[in-house]
Design a protein around this ligand. Structure first.
Ligand SMILES: Nc1ncnc2c1ncn2[C@@H]1O[C@H](COP(=O)(O)OP(=O)(O)OP(=O)(O)O)[C@@H](O)[C@H]1O
Ligand SMILES: [Mg+2]
Length: 225
């Protein structure tokens, strides 16, 4: 599903990723972990095309995206959902509107929007909260709206950058349980986190980064490298 070969990402002052080669199989759930500044967010940004690799090759579902043009990026992102630490919701819009927007921007037909929005709100446990403004929700509820928005287009890959970073322990566990449930439905899930407690409680393969280098977990367990 995701295959990176010798990926380097250099910014002016420094290399954020150095010679990273990694495989993630379809349907896997993996962590991207390591200390602050190790390159976790950079790794996710490369995957959803917010940043381009300086060198190396990147295959997503067999497609070489390392050389994709800017015009081709929307097609890539259509297959991907992204969740951030700070939710990025529109506070004066309702739960349903925030989720529906993800479908509206890609020109989905109204009947599919009417069908998909309640379905994903059900998955994240927000049934009945459709009309609440997201600005008044708790942090955990906001993150559930953000996850619903990320999966409403039924993406093959879900990327989450510190999705529990702004949540207390109980809410973090709830969010992890939702990500786990989404993974069990077949979505490949990558979660950047440095929360050791959560990784112990929800054990999945850890891609461990230190100073831009992948120092552990490069290949799936028992996988074909
Ligand atoms: N746009 C940018 N311009 C210059 N340097 C950058 C840029 N984005 C990231 N970096 C640098 O690249 C390195 C990796 O950053 P990255 O955000 O990927 O780390 P991280 O592992 O996500 O850290 P954190 O746990 O703090 O979120 C850091 O040294 C950072 O300063
Ligand atoms: Mg980060």
């Amino acid at each position: 599903m995701i295959r990176l070969y010798h990926i380097v990402k250099s910014y002016a002052e420094r290399d954020a990723l150095r010679d990273v080669s990694v495989h993630v199989e379809k349907g896997e759930m993996v962590y991207i972990t390591g200390p602050s500044g190790a390159g976790k967010s950079t790794m996710l940004k490369l995957l959803y095309g917010a940043e381009r690799p300086t060198s190396g090759k990147m295959l997503l579902g067999g497609v070489d995206v390392s050389k994709m043009s800017t015009q081709q990026l929307p097609a890539l992102r259509r297959n991907m959902g992204v969740v951030f630490q700070d939710f990025k919701l529109l506070p004066h819009r309702s739960v349903a509107e925030n989720v529906a927007m993800a479908l509206e921007v890609i020109g989905a037909p109204d009947d599919s929007i009417r069908r998909r929005v309640p379905a994903v709100l059900n998955i994240v446990g927000l049934k009945g909260r459709e009309d609440d403004l997201t600005g008044v929700l708790s942090g955990g509820e906001k993150q559930r709206v953000a996850i619903a928005r990320a999966i409403v287009n039924d993406p093959a890959i879900l990327l989450a950058d510190e999705p529990t970073g702004n949540l207390d322990g109980a809410m973090a566990v709830e969010v992890m349980e939702i990500l786990q449930a989404i993974n069990l439905r077949g979505t490949t899930v990558l979660v950047a986190t440095h929360d050791v407690g959560l990784m112990d409680r929800f054990p999945y393969r850890k891609l461990r980064f230190v100073d831009g280098r992948l120092v552990g977990g490069a290949a799936p367990k028992g996988g074909r490298g």
